[in-house]
Design a protein around this ligand. Structure first.
Ligand code: PLP
Length: 407
């Protein structure tokens, strides 16, 4: 063929979107979609957080309009986002240590971080992502031309963190690598580091001059507490004074998925870095200007209204508990359901893992068998726990029991 674009190769859709399409095509009356990382209530419906609904009502009374935002984003949102990520009383947010840019949610934050690292850190640095990780981590860095390698994270036989191997790898590689870490509610494994493990890791990062890129997509959603889920962020950047980048998303924690609310924060170590922070902020702003011109007003206005209005903030904290408790309850029901059926194997990891996802340990063959029963989950065995509810958890346990026994 001779016309322009004629040789464009076909790119297969992302596995999760493909799974959703297969689920939509399925005509069974009882079907479960355990793929997408979005919260559903106990009736299987998407949920508008009461805090968000109240903020929207408040905004209707005094509409924010539709003007362009500044390049760095809505000032109130940038300040509010920092206080959530680093703690309102953190010396970090009051000193000249953090450059903050409003982004197109967590993905946009990572995109800006990738470009910033490429231009102003080291385009030849190796990027290390956990094995396994959220699939976009690797591809976004590769897309920008970085060399990407895995570091051990999950130990399949014990279904837990491969912490010793993770640390050994961090020690063994060349100094100055970029380590992509997840602050809490690790996607896809649901396995997080303990406080002591974060401390050990921080020391190695520091000694090896590695740059941590902390992806914080589930703060408050994972464990129900903004403080507990934000501990790793404060520990690395405040207690250890590391230089690095924090990518923050409000998609899950406020249920603002489609509104694309997030921020990237570049954190410097010392208080005497005023001129550097100014320069960094100017550069992340300039990168964003070239990518999206200016960020999005609506979602950021909702988020900052919630964070800065005491009654709404209290409501949000309750909403986080509502979501995380329902997920914990479903984990418990799966464990009890499989125990009651005497399903072969130890399933206790389902309740020790945290956050949106459980890495069930189901094999690809078992996952495909479940698909024949109209239960859709990733071939890695990852389930989005919020797809389970009182109306379908027994069916899920019945089917898991059946495919496990048959294999
Ligand atoms: N990081 C992780 C680990 C995620 O799981 C996700 C979404 O699933 C994101 C980042 C990005 O989410 P968003 O761009 O919707 O904020």
């Amino acid at each position: 063929m001779s016309f322009a674009f004629a040789d464009t190769p076909y790119e297969a859709p992302d596995a999760m979107f493909e799974l959703k399409a297969a689920f939509d095509r399925d005509t069974a009356t009882r079907k479960l979609n355990l793929g997408p990382g979005a919260y559903l209530d106990n009736e299987g419906r998407s949920w508008i957080l009461p805090a968000v609904a109240a903020a929207e009502t408040q905004l209707q009374a005094s509409p924010p309009g539709h003007e362009y935002l500044p390049i760095l984003g809505l000032p109130a949102f940038r300040q509010a986002a920092r206080s959530i990520a680093f703690g309102g009383d953190s010396p970090l947010i009051n000193g000249p240590k953090i450059a903050t840019l409003q982004t197109i949610s967590g993905t946009g934050a990572i995109r800006i971080a990738v470009q910033f690292l490429k231009l102003f850190y080291n385009a030849a640095a190796t990027v290390y992502v956990s094995d396994p990780s959220w699939s976009n981590h690797r591809v976004m860095f590769e897309y920008a031309g970085f060399k990407v390698e895995d570091y051990p994270y999950y130990d399949t036989p014990t279904r837990s963190l491969a912490f010793t191997r993770m640390l050994q790898r961090m020690e063994a590689v060349e100094d100055g690598g970029i380590f992509v870490l997840q602050a809490c509610g690790h996607n896809p494994t649901g396995c997080d580091l303990t406080h002591d493990q974060w401390s050990q890791l921080a020391k190695v990062l520091q000694r090896k001059n590695h740059i941590p890129l902390l992806d914080n997509a589930y703060q408050g959603f994972a464990g129900g507490s903004l403080e507990d889920d934000g501990w790793s962020v404060r520990h690395l950047f405040s207690d250890h004074g590391l230089t690095g980048i924090l990518c923050q998303s409000f998609s899950k924690s406020m249920g603002l998925y489609g509104e694309r609310v997030g921020a990237v924060h570049v954190v410097l170590p010392a208080n005497d870095s005023q001129s550097v922070i100014r320069a960094v902020e100017s550069q992340i702003g300039w990168i964003s200007r070239k990518e999206i011109s200016t960020p999005v007003r609506y979602g950021a206005t909702i988020a900052s209204t919630i964070i800065t209005t005491p009654a709404l903030f209290e409501q949000w904290k309750k909403d986080l508990v509502t979501m995380s408790s329902r997920i914990k309850l479903m984990r418990e029901k799966v464990l009890q359901g499989l125990k009651a059926r005497d399903t072969p194997g130890d399933w206790s990891h389902v309740v020790t893992q945290v956050g949106m996802f459980s890495y069930t340990g189901l094999t690809e063959a078992q996952v495909l068998k479940l698909r024949e029963k109209s239960i859709y989950l990733s071939e890695t065995g990852r389930i989005s726990v919020s797809g389970l509810n009182d109306g379908n958890v027994d069916y899920f346990c019945d089917c898991v029991d059946e495919v496990v026994r048959a294999s």
